[in-house]
Ligand binder design. Structure first.
Ligand code: R7I
Ligand code: MG
Ligand code: MG
Length: 362
C-alpha cells in the first residue's frame, strides 16, 4: 500500500509536469510526438549540471496539492485556516505557476483574513455562484490518502468538500473533486485487473445522491426540453450522465478522441475535465493497442495528454488514479528524474501512510 500511496502523489506530479508542456493545445496531440518529446527531455537532463535541476517544472496543480498534503500532515486533521494560509502564501511566493484566471482574487482576500471567514472569499467568486473551475479537483489527491484508514465514503466526501470550498464553492467544482477522490480511493483498494463497468457503477452509486440532492435543493427552473440532443453538460446530473456515457465508450472499439472531447470535454471546467481524466485512466487499464510498448501508468499519462486542452490538469488527475493502482514502481525512473518536486511528493505520501497507521480520521 505504501507503493500505491507514493504512486498516487508522484503520479500526480509527473502528470502535471509533463502535461504542462502541452497545456492549452486545444487540438488532440499525437501520442508519438509526446513520447519523442519525453526522450529528448531525458537526454537534455543528462547534461544538466545540478542534481536538483529538472527540465520540467510543476504548475499550480502541484503547488496546491503540496499545501493540502502538508496541512493535513502537520495538523493531523482538516484545519481550514491553516490550509487557506498555505494556499495564499504559496501563490504570493510563486504567482507564475500557471494559476487559473480568477483564483488570485481569493488569495488576495485570504492573505490577512480572520480565521472564521476563510470560506467567504471563494463564495464571492463569479458574482456569488462560486468558481466551477477544476482547481479543487486538481489538488485533491492527498485527501483519499489521508482518509484511507477510515474507509468511510461520507467522511471522505466531507473532507473533500471542505478542502474544495476554500477556493471553489460551485457544486460542479465540489462534485468534480469528490469524483476524483472516489476514483483514487477505489484505485487504491482494487485489484490491478480492473472491472471497468463495476468501477464506473461504484462511482455512479456514490455521485448520484449528491447530484440528485443538489437538483432537489436548486431553485433554478428545470431545463426546458430541447428538440436537439442536449450536451451532457446540461443534464441535471452531469457527472453521472458522463460516467454512463463512459461505459458505452469503453465498449466501442472504434472510439475516436474527437468523440471523447465532444462528449466529455477537455477544458478548465471541472465537469469538462474530471470525466476525461477518469476515462483516460480506465482506457489504459485495458491496454491501448497503439501504446502497447509502454506500461499502463505511462499509457494513462500519454493518453490523457493526447486529448489536448487542459493537459496538465487532466494528466495530474489521471496520474494520481493510475499511480494509486499500479504503484510507484510503474512510474519510469527517467520521468521521475525529469520532473521537479518528485522527492517531496514521495515524502508526503510516506507521511500520509504513517498517519494512516496511527488511525487518522477513524
Ligand atoms: O479552477 P482554477 O483554480 O483553475 C485551475 C486551472 C487548471 O487548469 C490549472 O492547471 C490552471 O491552468 O488553471 O481557477 P479559477 O480562476 O477559479 O477557474 C478557472 C477558469 O474557469 C476561470 O478563469 C474562468 O474562465 C472559468 N470559470 C468560470 N467562468 C464563468 N463563470 C470558473 N467558474 C466560472 C463561472 O462561474
Ligand atoms: Mg496547472
Ligand atoms: Mg491545467
Amino acid at each position: 500500500m505504501l507503493s500505491r500511496f507514493k504512486g498516487c502523489l508522484v503520479g500526480a506530479v509527473v502528470g502535471d509536469c509533463i502535461g504542462a508542456i502541452y497545456e492549452g493545445h486545444y487540438a488532440k496531440i499525437q501520442t508519438s510526438l509526446i513520447i519523442e518529446k519525453l526522450k529528448k527531455l531525458d537526454k537534455a537532463r543528462e547534461n544538466l549540471k545540478e542534481d536538483d535541476e529538472k527540465p520540467l517544472s510543476y504548475t499550480d496543480d502541484t503547488a496546491m496539492t503540496q499545501s493540502v498534503a502538508l496541512s493535513l500532515i502537520q495538523k493531523g486533521s482538516f484545519d481550514a485556516a491553516d490550509m487557506a494560509k498555505r494556499f495564499a502564501e504559496k501563490f504570493f511566493k510563486e504567482p507564475n505557476r500557471g494559476y487559473g484566471g480568477n483564483i488570485y482574487k481569493v488569495f488576495q482576500e485570504l492573505e490577512d483574513i480572520d480565521p472564521e471567514d476563510v470560506f467567504k472569499p471563494a463564495a464571492k467568486q463569479f458574482n456569488g455562484s462560486g468558481s466551477y473551475g477544476n482547481g479543487g479537483a486538481m489538488r485533491i489527491s492527498p485527501a483519499p490518502l489521508f482518509a484511507f484508514h477510515a474507509n468511510n465514503d461520507t467522511k471522505l466526501q466531507e473532507l473533500v468538500t471542505s478542502i474544495t470550498r476554500l477556493t471553489h464553492t460551485h457544486h460542479l467544482a465540489i462534485h468534480g473533486a469528490i469524483l476524483v477522490a472516489h476514483a483514487i480511493d477505489q484505485s487504491l483498494r482494487c485489484d490491478t485487473e480492473v472491472d471497468v463497468n463495476k468501477f464506473i457503477d461504484d462511482l455512479i452509486t456514490k455521485l448520484k445522491p449528491l447530484e440528485e440532492k443538489y437538483v432537489a435543493s436548486s431553485v433554478d427552473e428545470p431545463p426546458t426540453k430541447k428538440s436537439v440532443k442536449r450536451s451532457l453538460d446540461e443534464e441535471e446530473t452531469p457527472y453521472c450522465a458522463k460516467l454512463a456515457r463512459m461505459k458505452e465508450m469503453l465498449q466501442d472499439e472504434s472510439l475516436q478522441k474527437s468523440t471523447i472531447i465532444h462528449d466529455l470535454g477537455h477544458d478548465v471546467a471541472a465537469v469538462s475535465s474530471v470525466p476525461a481524466a477518469v476515462l483516460s485512466f480506465l482506457i489504459a487499464t485495458r491496454k491501448i493497442p497503439k501504446l502497447k510498448d509502454l506500461n499502463q501508468f505511462e499509457q494513462t499519462i500519454i493518453y490523457a495528454i493526447s486529448l489536448g486542452g487542459d493537459t496538465d490538469t487532466i494528466a495530474t488527475m489521471a496520474g494520481a488514479m493510475a499511480g494509486a493502482l499500479y504503484g510507484i514502481e510503474s512510474i519510469p525512473e527517467t520521468w521521475r528524474a525529469c520532473c521537479e518536486s518528485v522527492n517531496k511528493a514521495e515524502k508526503m505520501a510516506e507521511d500520509l501512510f504513517n498517519l494512516n497507521n496511527r488511525s487518522a480520521l477513524s
